[in-house]
Design a protein around this ligand. Sequence first.
Ligand SMILES: [Zn+2]
Ligand SMILES: [Zn+2]
Length: 99
Amino acid sequence: MRALHLSLAIGKALVWLFSLPIIFAVNAVKLWAVHPMMGDAVPCRTCGTEIALLGLWQCPCGYNFYGWYFSRCEVCGEIPPFIDCPQCGASTMNPLLFG
Ligand SMILES: [Zn+2]
Ligand SMILES: [Zn+2]
């Protein structure tokens, strides 16, 4: 009986071990799937101009970074809630936060 119990425990541990990378992979894919869906530009809700999301940005905390506008700030963890249109000046909500 002892041996059986032991192998059951090992079996459970193995299942857990093998499922962990799958859970991580699924989460990584979910995160990645959002990015291409959004693309490198977002249409302005007011005038329809494509607002480029790649460039040099400054977080309200003062941190400057090159990259994708709606990325999480590496310093304060902030995600920009909106982006201003360079054409008409109106703000467009972050589609990731507000759909
Ligand atoms: Zn606009
Ligand atoms: Zn920041």
